[in-house]
Design a protein around this ligand. Structure first.
Ligand code: ASN
Length: 260
């Protein structure tokens, strides 16, 4: 019994030593390997097809942004958790530090560079003037004395605000694109401003009863964003992954899936 006890102690001690070595080893690895152990929290819009939208058949978010992020994370070997909370919520979550980054069809705008750092651009789009399909409004001059729908914190809202005085209209703010469209379809508001590819998708694929007027305004790239001065490694990972998937054909494959 005594002999067996000593043997058991020896075995227990060597197991403990091995465990301690393994623990040291993995600690060294995580400090030298950067932040690859971390699960990044990424926020996104909640209804912005074809970039992010709920697929009713799977009840999961899909879209260009969702697929690009998945491909880039796989290429660069980082883990993330996606939260599709809406555009304004995503901006707030990044600024408050609740989110590490955001991908939300986000236009790289000069003013935003004061509070965000952006990745390289991954898609190009601008805004467009949108009215009900049966509306006879055909110019900005027709907006005099009306109330125009915009989505909070967006490039479309910024543009509308910048010309509101000149054309004599006021703004009503909505939290997401579908609610903004409904307000125009139902005649609550006479017009809205939306990203061209997004309203184009809604009209073509979702049968939304709206039409565009005039040309695309302020065309600019979309980028992945982090809070200014923070999570620089995430921007590096995104850019490196984006370059790789552009080179290996995955990027083209993803865009082609959504008709580009
Ligand atoms: N393109 C819009 C913006 O940057 C983004 C959005 O509505 N999801 O303001």
């Amino acid at each position: 019994m005594k002999k067996f006890g000593r043997l058991a102690l020896a075995v227990a001690l060597s197991v403990a030593m091995v465990l301690a070595l393994v623990a040291c080893g993995s600690k060294d690895e995580s400090t030298s390997g950067g932040d690859t152990e971390k699960t990044y929290i990424i926020y996104s819009d909640n209804a912005f097809a074809p970039f992010e939208y709920l697929d009713p058949t799977t009840n999961e978010y899909t879209g260009v942004d969702m697929d690009l992020l998945a491909a880039i994370a796989e290429d660069q070997g980082f883990a993330y958790e996606i939260k599709n909370e809406g555009f304004d919520a995503a901006m707030g979550a990044v600024q408050s530090g609740q989110a590490d980054g955001m991908i939300a069809g986000m236009t790289i705008k000069e003013e935003r560079k004061e509070t965000f750092d952006f990745s390289d651009g991954y898609f190009e789009d601008g805004q467009i003037f949108v009215v009900a399909a049966d509306s006879d409004i055909d110019s900005l001059e027709d907006l005099n004395g009306t109330v125009v729908a915009v989505k909070t914190s967006t490039a479309g809202a910024d543009y509308a605000a910048s010309i509101a005085d000149e054309y004599g209209f006021t703004l009503q703010y909505y939290e997401d694109s579908p609610t903004m469209y409904t307000a125009v379809i139902n005649g609550v508001n006479v017009a809205c401003f939306e990203d061209f590819s997004v309203i184009g998708w809604a009209i073509k694929n979702d049968g939304v009863k709206l039409k565009t007027v005039g040309d695309v305004i302020n065309s600019a790239p979309y980028g992945f964003a982090v809070k200014k001065g923070e999570n620089a490694e995430l921007i590096e990972l995104f850019n490196a992954g984006l370059a790789n998937i552009k080179e290996n054909g995955k990027y083209d494959e993803i865009l082609a899936k959504y008709g580009y």
